[in-house]
Design a protein. Structure first.
Lengths: 292, 425
């Protein structure tokens, strides 16, 4: 009985913290979404679910919704694939200092604030003075591209930047997971004459299940919430033809520029629902029932 | 011993915290000796703040019982602090130097003190139409203008490039377009020379509005947007053709493709003509080291139609907080600032066009800023842009324009969609 009290007392601060900063804002968001709420007005009327109905006919919301899904699934898929490959390469290095060096190098972009690195990349993408076009024209001898000024190139440019900026975390996590796989499996495989590719697909990948499940879930969630690079690289109009507009940026513009907090809350709740559904599906799909 | 020490330390800490809650600031800005302290907020802009300091010091010397405490913030902080204080209707400053367009959101909420009747009568009689527009609400005025914000009527021209081409500056719209068309040179996505670089956040919208107005058209009908008129469609088609067919520039200025704005590219020598407000002239001299008259000049931009009409929004002005306990003293300070000689000095120091007719043609103004000459003659043709959030309009027009350029949508359909979207808000 005494120990139960102790557990409650220990848990109470975090329960209060979670309730005040997580549960109440979500509940508050739902309440605001049912109002035509503008903080500048003295009276705000209750409109039920009208804000949610409006979403279906809002072309900007539909475009942002599609852009968000495209960005998340393409970036996360590329991120996981590239990080797995790089982590395997780093783990295969025999010299531990070299392994540490590469981990630090890949992690460095994660230390820089996203806004600052986005601003630097905006300069790199400049059509006339940017290093990217300079490389295309002078090294590869192909015509320059208007990266952030052409609808078809805006999202690829943002995806490329996000990969560079965000791979470090996953490389650390995946290579740590790979380090944790007992060497017995590899030794047994080597005795059977298995090549490196087979070892990766039949030993490393299956035994990395728990780490992968965590990495994929966290990467999905964080990518749905990304904002800074869209604000900097797509700009205040969301890029040409809204090609770089995503839900987080649309929420920001609706709430703080148009001051339509009710509608912004409705969009935020949709984003919340999407993240929850995708995470639940992903967790169910990658459930791991074993250990070693 | 340890417990006594800890208790004493805790008590001292608590006392120091409580002491921090008090203060020597006068309650409601009134000190025990009856002196009034007014707080004045503005954004950080060295030249402007220095000119404000001069006025504040003069006022305090003339009114010993009133002190002005100036606080200036970086622009973004200033905007959010001002808006937060006006929304909450508590705290904040007694007097704000704010962007007139913000008044559209706040005048209706009772956040501003109305301009005293005798002062407003004098102001209305002397002011140009656009400068009071956003401050007006239901017959009352909730702020006073410090400038005539003009984004149409003048353009930067490159002196060496015109000389190299053996051309004189255009005096008609057709001539301007012909020069731009014949001398623009593109290489892939980049330009060697942009003839007339007009797609920019402000310039695109203001040029289109002036094209409509100067042709005798209207873009508002009974408080609703009505761009989908023959004039609205024809003029937008022209603007689209200048980029799609004539290739005199591209849409980089409104798509975030570059960090550089069109007038930055002009000062880097990439452009022949670029329309912009006169405030870019000092920036060209100070930031880019350009010499006025040698590297560039600011000349009159021709009108598209027969009438010299253009739209303008309410620029920087002063407003008094309705929550201020010392509104009378605050208005006294504002009236002091708006005295003609003082306002003229302030306008010259800040590179602004005066908002009132009585000083806009003063020789002193043109002596200090000769590049304003093409603008002061057209100020009477300024039409208040309309009582709405102008950023919403500019964003919608920019989006529509880029959409027309990049997709197959017709101008007529796009303009109709613009009306529907703006009128639905």
């Amino acid at each position: 009985m005494k120990s139960k009290w102790f557990v409650w007392v220990v848990l109470l601060p975090i329960v209060i913290l979670f309730t005040v900063f997580m549960v109440l804002p979500i509940a508050g968001g739902f309440v605001i979404a049912t109002f035509d709420y503008n903080p500048l007005r003295s009276g705000n009327s209750f409109i039920g679910l009208s804000n949610f109905v409006k979403l279906f006919s809002d072309a900007t919301f539909i475009k942002s919704f599609k852009n968000t899904l495209m960005f998340v699934f393409v970036t996360v898929a590329l991120n996981i694939t590239v990080c797995l490959f790089l982590s395997a390469l780093i783990t295969s290095l025999r010299w531990s200092k070299l392994r540490s060096l590469f981990r630090v190098l890949f992690f460095m972009p994660c230390v820089a604030p996203l806004v600052a690195s986005s601003t630097v990349w905006r300069g790199l993408y400049s059509p006339k003075y940017g290093l990217v076009n300079s490389f295309l024209e002078n090294v590869l001898h192909i015509p320059a591209v208007n990266w952030l000024g052409t609808p078809a190139f805006v999202m690829p440019a943002i995806i490329l930047f996000t990969l560079w900026a965000d791979m470090g975390y996953n490389i650390i996590l995946l290579s740590a997971g790979m380090d944790g796989i007992p060497s017995d499996f590899y030794e047994a495989a080597e005795m059977d004459g298995t090549n490196a590719l087979k070892k990766f697909f039949f030993i490393t990948l299956p035994l990395l299940g728990r780490t992968m499940s965590f990495v994929v879930a966290m990467t999905l969630i964080s990518h749905f919430q990304m904002f800074a690079q869209f604000q900097v690289l797509a700009g205040r109009t969301g890029g040409p033809n809204q090609a770089g507009n995503v839900l987080t940026y649309y929420i920001y513009k609706t709430a703080f520029q148009a001051k339509d907090m009710g509608y912004a809350s409705a969009i935020a709740l949709v984003l919340f629902a999407i993240i929850m559904i995708v995470t639940l599906v992903q967790q169910r799909a990658s459930r791991v029932d074993w250990g070693y | 011993m340890r417990r006594v020490f800890s208790t004493t330390l805790a008590a001292l800490l608590a006392l120091s915290l409580l002491a921090g809650c008090g203060g020597t600031e006068p309650v409601d800005g009134v000190a025990q000796n009856g002196d009034i302290t007014l707080t004045f907020w503005s954004h950080q802009e060295t030249g402007w703040n220095e000119a404000q300091d001069v006025i504040i010091n003069e006022f305090m010397a003339a009114n010993p019982g009133i002190k002005i405490k100036q606080e200036s913030f970086p622009y973004d902080d200033f905007e959010s602090k001002t808006q937060t204080s006006l929304i909450s209707k508590s705290g904040g400053a007694d007097i704000y130097s704010l962007w007139g367009g913000w008044a559209v959101d706040f005048a209706s909420t009772g956040a501003f003190s109305p301009v005293p009747d005798d002062f407003v009568a004098e102001l209305r009689a002397d002011s140009y139409a656009p400068v009071l527009g956003a401050f007006e609400y239901e017959g009352k005025c909730y702020g006073v203008p410090l400038e005539f914000n003009i984004e149409y009527g003048g353009m930067l021209v490159s002196v060496p490039k015109f000389a190299e081409l053996g051309l004189s500056y255009p005096t008609t719209w057709d001539e301007m377009i012909r020069i731009a068309r014949e001398n623009s040179e593109a290489r892939g996505v980049n330009f060697e020379l942009r003839g007339f670089d007009f797609p920019a956040w402000d310039a695109l919208t203001y040029i289109w509005l002036s094209m409509i107005l100067s042709s005798g058209g209207q873009y508002m009908d009974g408080g609703k947007f009505s761009f989908a008129t023959p004039t609205g469609i024809e003029t937008m088609q022209k603007l689209v053709d200048y980029v799609k067919i004539d290739r005199m520039t591209n849409t980089d200025g409104i798509t975030n493709a570059e960090e550089l704005e069109p007038y930055h590219k002009f000062f880097l020598g990439e452009t022949l003509m670029v329309p912009r407000g006169p405030w870019v002239v000092p920036e060209g001299e100070d930031e880019f080291g350009q010499v006025y008259g040698e590297d560039f000049e600011y000349v009159a931009m021709p009108f598209y139609g027969n009438q010299k009409l253009f739209a303008a929004e309410t620029g920087w002005g002063l407003a008094v907080n309705a929550a201020s306990a010392n509104q009378e003293a605050a208005w006294k300070f504002v009236e002091f600032w708006l005295e003609k000689e003082r306002l003229l000095d302030y306008n010259i120091a800040c590179g602004m066009i005066p908002p009132v007719k009585s000083i806009s043609h003063e020789p002193e103004l043109l002596d200090a800023m000769p590049y304003l000459a093409p603008l002061v003659d057209i100020l009477d043709g300024g039409v208040f842009i309309g009582y709405f959030n102008t950023d919403t309009l500019k964003e919608a027009v920019s989006d529509m324009y880029v959409d027309i350029i990049n997709s197959g949508i017709s101008v007529a359909d796009a303009v109709k969609g613009l009306d529907d979207m703006l009128n639905a808000e």
